[in-house]
Design a protein around this ligand. Structure first.
Ligand code: FES
Ligand code: FES
Length: 168
């Protein structure tokens, strides 16, 4: 099958490449853009390790063709805080609440949480657990993750200017 030109805007940078039209967004991010912070777990839309933001919505990137994302705004874990600045508030909350161990699920959970804070009003534990149910963690037992997300929802400690960056 002939390759197609794919152009993505990832973390504010334009990436142009050529690839099989059936290639997933996840594979383009990892193999063409070299943004390996987005993890490949199940590759079958179950674990959530590959979650990124597309135009601000959390999406499992193994389940999206890169061609479907032509010219869309994509944010990966690499794009939420500047390299030499402080961590993003969601990263800080995960750290403070011991919400990670091996870290494999963490980028996906952080991206899901950033979207959740824009989408959900309730900081009720049950609704948080339901909202995170598409992101699996094999290590933590979820207690720290849920505590972190509940606190973030209570305090809304995120920028208010639609930016996902931790910096104004
Ligand atoms: S790698 Fe995409 S959901 Fe598991
Ligand atoms: S911290 Fe290991 S899978 Fe979540």
């Amino acid at each position: 099958m002939a390759n197609y030109a794919i152009r993505l805007v990832v973390n504010g940078n334009c990436y142009e490449t050529e690839a099989d039209p059936m290639i997933s967004l996840l594979d383009v991010l990892r193999e063409h853009c070299h943004l390996t912070g987005t993890h490949q777990g199940c590759d079958t839309v179950q674990c959530g390790a590959c979650t990124v933001l597309i135009n601000g919505r959390a999406v499992k990137s193994c389940n999206r063709l890169a061609l479907q994302c032509q010219d869309m705004q994509i944010t990966t874990i690499e794009g939420i805080a500047s390299q030499d600045g402080p961590l993003h508030p969601v990263q800080m909350a995960f750290t403070q609440h011991h919400a990670l161990q091996c870290g494999f699920c963490t980028p996906g959970l952080i991206m899901r949480t950033i979207a959740l804070i824009q989408e959900q009003d309730s900081s009720d534990e049950q609704s948080v657990r339901a909202a995170l149910s598409g992101n699996l963690c094999r290590c933590t037992g979820y207690e720290g993750i849920v505590r972190a997300v509940c606190e973030l929802l209570r305090t809304r400690e995120l920028p208010t200017n639609n930016s996902v960056s931790g910096h104004p």
